[in-house]
Design a protein around this ligand. Structure first.
Ligand code: TXA
Ligand code: MG
Length: 319
């Protein structure tokens, strides 16, 4: 049976014993293990059914630990870490030889971040090793934003979910790589691109072109409900295409009135992109349970977190 608990010491004991524990972060729940334990890391890949070519993110308690993991910190990486950690930015940097190849899928770079969640920060401070933690979902399904989502996915395949409540940011961290010391966005995420540009200037987004094994989280279909899902900027016309079907609607800020809609979730009545982001995955989990024929999702404004939401919805709707 999976224990859902706030007991940090129990998580410390399991992780120190080379076991894995689902942990809360501000973005999504992660499935965590000691980066130096081959046993724990293999268990993470097996439990998620994740291919070994897809590297993991290393979680550390503070920026001070960075120089133990990476060979070299470009100036702009330092600026970003200082501006956003703890927080939802992951930096991909040249790894030290001591970082196991299993974590990085054989690449010479490692993805690393300091999560902004009091429970996982406390856990990381108590452990003598960093934690590798991919999102705690089976490969390519919707990421979990509550302890219950994790439990539903893995049942008794994991011993413990460390409960930190619902994740506040709600989608994964923004991943930034470096080419010739210049930052490039590999994955849009919880830190809006404009906030990043305020620190390091104009930045290129490379995630659409990225193919495995460079940033496999950018695989075309990802973050996907089991229910057929479509993305549109014209809800009413799209509804007409599914007139005899059970339709679920996922919209930004206001309800649509149409008799053919079975269920409808408004992500932010306050027209707030942060609130919409934080509700996105919970809404997809909910709609996916409703035995719908189709989920119709509304396209978001193409700026700030709207850009990141569109990225996830585009991947969720790829067939
Ligand atoms: O918010 C998050 O980032 C969450 C929480 C738990 O921290 N973690 C997360 O991990 O989303 P995961 O494994 O689901 O996604 C990590 C992504 C993958 O797309 C992987 O390909 C990419 O990071 N990645 C990891 N190491 C990399 C590297 N060396 N080079 C390029 N991409 C890398
Ligand atoms: Mg993931």
């Amino acid at each position: 049976m999976t224990i859902i608990s706030k007991d940090i010491l129990k998580a410390v004991a399991l992780l120190s014993d080379e076991d894995i524990v689902a942990i809360p972060t501000e973005t999504v729940y992660g499935l965590a293990g000691n980066i130096y334990s081959e046993k724990a890391i293999k268990l993470i890949f097996e439990t998620k059914k994740r291919p070994f070519f897809n590297p993991l993110i290393v979680h550390i308690p503070s920026i001070d630990n960075l120089s133990k993991i990476v060979e070299y910190i470009p100036e702009k990486a330092k600026l970003l870490a200082e501006a956003f950690w703890p927080g939802p930015i992951t930096l991909v940097l040249k790894k030290k030889d001591t970082i196991p190849d299993l974590i990085t899928a054989g690449k010479d770079t490692v993805a690393i971040r300091v999560p902004n969640h009091p429970i996982s920060l406390e856990l990381l401070k108590q452990l003598p090793f960093p934690l590798a933690a991919p999102s705690a979902n089976p490969f390519s399904s919707i990421s979990p934003t509550t302890a219950e989502h994790v439990e539903t996915y893995f049942k008794d395949k994991i011993k413990m979910v460390l409960d930190g409540g619902p994740c506040k940011s709600g989608i994964e961290s923004t991943i930034i790589g470096f080419e010739n010391n210049e930052p490039i966005i590999y994955r849009l995420g919880s830190t809006p691109i404009e906030a990043i540009e305020n620190v390091v200037g104009k930045i290129e987004i490379k995630n659409k072109k990225e193919i495995q094994p460079d940033a496999p989280g950018m695989l075309e279909r990802h973050y996907a409900p089991k229910t057929k899902t479509v993305l549109t900027d014209n809800i009413l016309d799209t509804i007409k295409l599914y007139s005899k079907k059970r339709i679920g609607l996922l919209v930004f800020n206001s309800e649509f009135k149409d008799d053919t809609i079975s269920i409808q979730i408004v992500l932010s009545k306050n027209n707030d992109l942060g609130e919409a982001t934080s509700n996105l995955y919970e809404a997809l989990h909910q709609l996916d349970k409703e035995n719908l024929d189709v989920i119709i999702a509304e396209k978001f404004p193409d700026h700030g977190l709207g850009k990141s939401i569109n990225d996830r919805l585009e991947r969720a709707t790829k067939v």
